[in-house]
Design a protein around this ligand. Sequence first.
Ligand SMILES: CC(=O)N[C@H]1[C@@H](OP(=O)(O)OP(=O)(O)OC[C@H]2O[C@@H](n3ccc(=O)[nH]c3=O)[C@H](O)[C@@H]2O)O[C@H](CO)[C@@H](O)[C@@H]1O
Ligand SMILES: C=C(OP(=O)(O)O)C(=O)O
Length: 428
Amino acid sequence: MQKILVEGGSPLNGKVRVSGAKNSAVALLPAAILAESKVIIEGLPGISDVEVLGDLLEEIGGNVSWKGQTIHIDPSNMVNMPLPSGKVKKLRASYYFMGAMLGRFKEAVIGLPGGCHLGPRPIDQHIKGFEALGATVTNEQGAIYLRADELRGARIYLDVVSVGATINIMLAAVKAKGRTIIENAAKEPEIIDVATLLTSMGARIKGAGTDVIRIDGCDSLTGCMHTIIPDRIEAGTYTIMAAAQGEKVLIDNVIPQHLESLLAKLREMGINIEEGDEQLLVQPGKELKSVDIKTLVHPGFPTDLQQPFTSLLTRAVGTGVVTDTIYQARMKHIDELRRMNAQIKVEGGSAIVSGPVQLEGAKVKASDLRAGAALIAAGLMAKGITEITGLEHIDRGYEQITEKLSDLGAKIWREEMTPEEVEQFQNS
Ligand SMILES: CC(=O)N[C@H]1[C@@H](OP(=O)(O)OP(=O)(O)OC[C@H]2O[C@@H](n3ccc(=O)[nH]c3=O)[C@H](O)[C@@H]2O)O[C@H](CO)[C@@H](O)[C@@H]1O
Ligand SMILES: C=C(OP(=O)(O)O)C(=O)O
């Protein structure tokens, strides 16, 4: 087991290249189940979520091979194998096997998903959608059993705007008879990316990226080639780190329009950001002004950037209020930031960050993926050395984060934990 060490204070300079989007990748791979011939997806991020999904596709009989960041998935010999436990528990997005296997086999058994612990993460809207399409859905001993004699298109209104439910319903509906209309659909760029892949496979989808998606089902889908979009959350994380500790940092392979809400807030803080077609140049001033943020569904401020942004606020002048309306309990990083001398109060579900403070290195634990990014951001600004454990979360979503930051001039590295540290970590 490893830990990350960061010796703070070094300025960040240079160029960092953003990888393919985790939250697209984790849907694109299961989507390949629906094809009848080879699906090739280029530009995938080297993260553990993608590895696990590749293994799951092999478990159900897919022929999977890798050439660098490109995956070749031949789904023709896949079988409807139940996946009630095991690797499905390692990540959130294993829930996409429900929609994809239901679409292909009209039947599936999938264990309830894992992923970041951000408070309650129900999947009732996914189930509502599958049932509307004609499936019977039961929950038995921690696994979801889905079965349909026939999938029929339906009009589905989502009570909660959900990325996962929107994509999962699309996956099943592309093979349903007739038209499905998803109302109050999520509008995240990853939904458009998945719709683009499915359309290349022959699916008929209109409106992805708006809150009404129309899908006309078809009998068969073929293989295709697809290039994934860049990861807006990884890009946003490096943009925040550059704002916190950068002099002049170029974020490469980014779609700036995907990050408008973050960029607007950073500009309000006094950070100079120039937008190119696929690049952002970040040059923070000496003094940053605090701002308030409230997370919202896309195109609002993304919940997945709330935690790293909280770290940035510790070096801004004034008081910033952070409210997460998507995951109210996504606050586990706060206690760890406090160990590093951050002045943060939690009141009425919001974190109130007072600054500027000089953060100090400490031993901290990443409780989830973006908490990990928040602690690395804090470590970059802190005096002394910060030791971060819980890397299994960070490695779910950030490809080569220590290497990318080292290339920007950060003093950051990984070390094996001693047996005593492992024991302490496991008991904490
Ligand atoms: C793999 C993936 O893409 N993960 C992202 C996805 O997670 P995920 O798809 O799980 O998140 P959702 O968009 O579904 O969740 C949004 C909100 O809706 C609620 N909800 C969701 C589904 C449901 O059936 N019932 C329900 O009540 C959730 O508890 C949450 O409060 O979107 C989140 C919100 O942008 C991001 O933080 C995650 O990084
Ligand atoms: C919450 C996240 O991921 P997941 O939904 O995969 O747990 C995230 O990417 O920040």
